[in-house]
Design a binder for this molecule. Structure first.
Ligand SMILES: [Mg+2]
Length: 297
């Protein structure tokens, strides 16, 4: 396959993320059997689901990725106080959907230090902070960075703004490693997992094991990482990869969004079905954000 330029990767990655998010949103938290049936019947951009999504409307995954991308475009990699303000402004705007850890960390936060502290105390209080709320938004870092070291440092620094469990940051860093090494993504992703068993096991999992993870460890950062890398390396086709991720049920929009970012970055916007792109909401904002990522180089 032809090697894409960085502008093509950035555009394909962000549009790929948003399209997959919108496609998966109506089936968020669907049981695996219902999700598989919907995909087999020919899933399209119909909207619906428990939040009443409009056709082509994307969710918190894309919104947070755009906040991050727009901050990178304006201030480079990475102005953490600016990123925090953009996240917090969105969080306080009454979004339809926002993750618990993200909401707790961003409430009233006006600086990165405040968000990090609230993320840390959320883990102390609940014991949970390894959700997929950081990997779902991290793709712009991998699409903008000019070096692996820069990308993985920024990915971990972004993650701790909302998630106090280090594994969430490693998952974000692993995604960025893969984005910077799309021909050999698995070794690149493994190298950022800091030896964490849950993350490494998800990267080694076969399709049946990933289906079990999607059903039983819904919302975990390792589930999204494993599903997305499998879609990239074993399916390697935007449409089929994204539909497979959704067919597993569970956190369908996030699993698909991470897979869609990888597959969109690898194959470019031409690989995304036009009938899906045609109904995507706010495509102008996504295109502008992708262009701004390129401009920082
Ligand atoms: Mg979502």
């Amino acid at each position: 396959m032809p090697t894409l330029t960085q502008p093509e990767r950035a555009r394909g990655g962000l549009l790929g993320l948003a399209v997959a998010d919108a496609l998966g949103a109506p089936l968020e938290f669907a049981a695996p059997a219902r999700a598989a049936t919907a995909v087999e019947a020919g899933l399209e951009m119909t909207g619906g689901g428990s939040f009443g999504w409009l056709p082509g409307e994307w969710t918190d995954d894309t919104t947070m990725a755009l906040c991050l991308a727009e901050s990178i475009g304006a201030h480079g990699l990475l102005d953490l106080d600016d990123v925090t303000r953009r996240y917090a402004d969105w969080a306080s705007s009454g979004p339809k959907d926002i993750g618990n850890a993200t909401s707790a960390a961003l409430r009233g936060a006006s600086s990165a230090a405040e968000a990090r502290e609230q993320a840390r105390t959320y883990v102390e209080r609940t014991g949970s902070g390894a959700g997929n709320g950081t990997i779902m938004r991290a793709a712009p870092i991998g699409l903008a960075a000019s070096s692996l070291a820069e990308a993985v440092d920024a990915a971990r620094a972004d993650a701790v703004l909302t998630h106090g469990d280090a594994r969430a940051g490693h998952a974000s860093a692993a995604l960025c490693g893969a984005l910077l090494s799309l021909d050999e993504p698995l070794p690149a992703a493994r190298a950022e997992c800091a030896g964490e068993p849950k993350l490494l096991e998800a990267l080694d999992a076969d399709a049946a094991e990933l289906a079990a993870l999607a059903a039983n460890q819904t919302g975990a950062c390792w589930t999204a990482l494993g599903v997305a890398l499998h879609a990239l390396t074993e399916i390697d086709d935007y449409e089929r990869g994204v539909l497979w991720a959704i067919s597993l049920g569970g956190d369908t929009d996030t699993n698909a969004a991470v897979a869609g970012a990888l597959l969109g970055a690898r194959h470019g916007v031409e690989a995304i079905p036009k009938r899906w792109l045609d109904v995507l909401r706010r495509r102008d904002r996504i295109e502008a954000a992708a262009a701004s990522l390129v401009a920082i180089r």
